[in-house]
Design a protein around this ligand. Structure first.
Ligand SMILES: Cc1ncc(COP(=O)(O)O)c(C=O)c1O
Length: 396
């Protein structure tokens, strides 16, 4: 395992969670209509207020919410969805709804989607974009939104890592047509599993709500049942009240500890935080540039083992389009989407090495630490060892 040492227990669930759960049980309804004053209703309203979104809809998990986002975006058979190439979640959601994921390259210093590459990848078949605010750092979302507006593309913001992150003082998830926040256990706000979708357009939200209720009306749009239950929302509502202090007192602190540890190192380049962005702690990441100084990467990796630092090298082993998964036809009838006749009529997008040269260069150079289960004391110990490794490398 390349993960750092995890603290056994970092999150605290206490009186507020218990009080909320008790209230749900006393009420005797574990899954209820969204707008009836229950926990889901309250969690949604509180989350909308927290992010500044018009509407928030609670969902069962992040992948379900992303799949739903694709289904309401207008993407499907014969269309393309533009996705990030560092993490693969958006691409999987596109594939699930039979659309072709088309990978957009990243910026070399922020590791987030490069708006120039986005524009260069837009074809007449493009319908939607999924942009990830990777590891707590907002992508250049106003430029990405401008491009989406120009080309009439549905913009989905994957904010799974980005509770509290802002661009020009506006919370991420409020720029696009739809934002998605995951509350899976490894996220900044955990409900075990769970998610929230943020939306600015009431009609879209009404359509999405209309379907889950199975109210006897014909569903207005193609989606399934991704709703959250009351117990999950009871925990979420309690955790939301604590999340700013968790970020301020833990994740933002541990992020700074690692940034400070590499400050002054010539060959570990810190991640660029654009002046418009407020990053929140989720993963620490920097980039190995030792080759420019004649240093040996393998030696640095060996020191990580020897000193038991707990750094992770690379993120995925390759860009997702090099995964076997994307080379096989996975979706309906095992020929969609890539070999789908509706798609082939237009042209074919081939997953091959070289599609996103920047991500292929950056991915193996990434030196990262997952901050979610790391206490401040552990982060300090790791950072101290990292400092030692830097000195040993510099001494030759
Ligand atoms: C960027 C990103 N998007 C989506 C997901 C999926 O979220 P969930 O685990 O809630 O389904 C994850 C989970 O790790 C993620 O990191």
């Amino acid at each position: 395992m390349q993960y750092g040492p995890f603290a056994r227990k970092l999150r605290t669930y206490g009186k507020t969670e218990l009080k909320n759960l008790k209230e749900v049980l006393n009420r005797g309804r574990l899954s209820i209509f969204y707008n009836d004053g229950g926990m889901v209703d309250r969690f949604q309203k509180a989350f909308a207020k927290y992010t500044g979104a018009k509407i928030a809809l609670a969902r069962v998990n992040g992948m379900g919410a992303l799949a739903e986002a694709i289904s309401v975006s207008g993407a499907g058979v014969g269309t393309e969805v533009l996705c990030d190439p560092v993490v693969h979640f958006g691409a999987l959601a596109a594939l699930y709804y039979n659309a072709v994921p088309r990978f957009v390259d990243i910026e070399p210093d922020t590791y987030c989607m490069d708006p120039k590459s986005l524009e260069a990848n837009i074809t007449p078949r493009a319908r939607a974009v999924i942009v990830t605010h990777l590891w707590g750092l907002p992508a250049r979302i106003d430029e990405i939104r401008r491009i989406c507006k120009k080309h009439k593309l549905f913009l989905i913001e994957d904010c799974a890592h980005a509770v509290g992150a802002r661009w020009k003082d506006k919370h991420v998830g409020t720029f696009g047509n739809l934002g998605m926040f995951s509350f899976q256990e490894f996220k900044q706000l955990s409900t075990g599993d769970g998610a929230m979708v943020t939306i600015q357009d009431k009609k879209l939200a009404d359509n999405m709500e209309n379907v889950w209720a199975f109210s006897g009306e014909s569903p207005r749009i193609m989606t399934l049942n991704w709703r959250m239950n009351e117990m999950t929302a009871a925990i979420g509502l309690a955790q939301l009240g604590k999340v700013d202090s968790i970020l301020r007192n833990t994740y933002n602190v541990t992020l700074k500890i690692f940034n400070d540890a590499i400050a002054g190192c010539r060959w570990l380049k810190p991640r660029l935080v654009p002046k418009e962005a407020i990053q929140t702690g989720y993963w620490f990441a920097c980039k190995w540039e030792g080759d420019k100084f004649g240093l040996n990467y393998s030696r640095f990796k060996q020191l990580n083992e020897k000193l038991d630092i707990g750094l992770r090298f690379g993120f995925n082993q390759t860009a997702p389009y090099e995964f076997d998964f994307f080379h096989k036809a996975q979706a309906y009838g095992h020929q969609c989407p890539n070999k789908c006749p509706f798609y082939l009529k237009n042209s074919r997008y081939v997953y091959r090495k070289g599609l996103c040269p920047v991500v292929e260069d950056v991915m193996p150079r990434l030196v990262t630490v997952n901050l979610i289960f790391l206490s401040i004391a552990e982060a300090k110990r790791m950072a101290e060892k990292l400092g030692k490794a830097i000195n040993m490398m510099d001494r030759g």
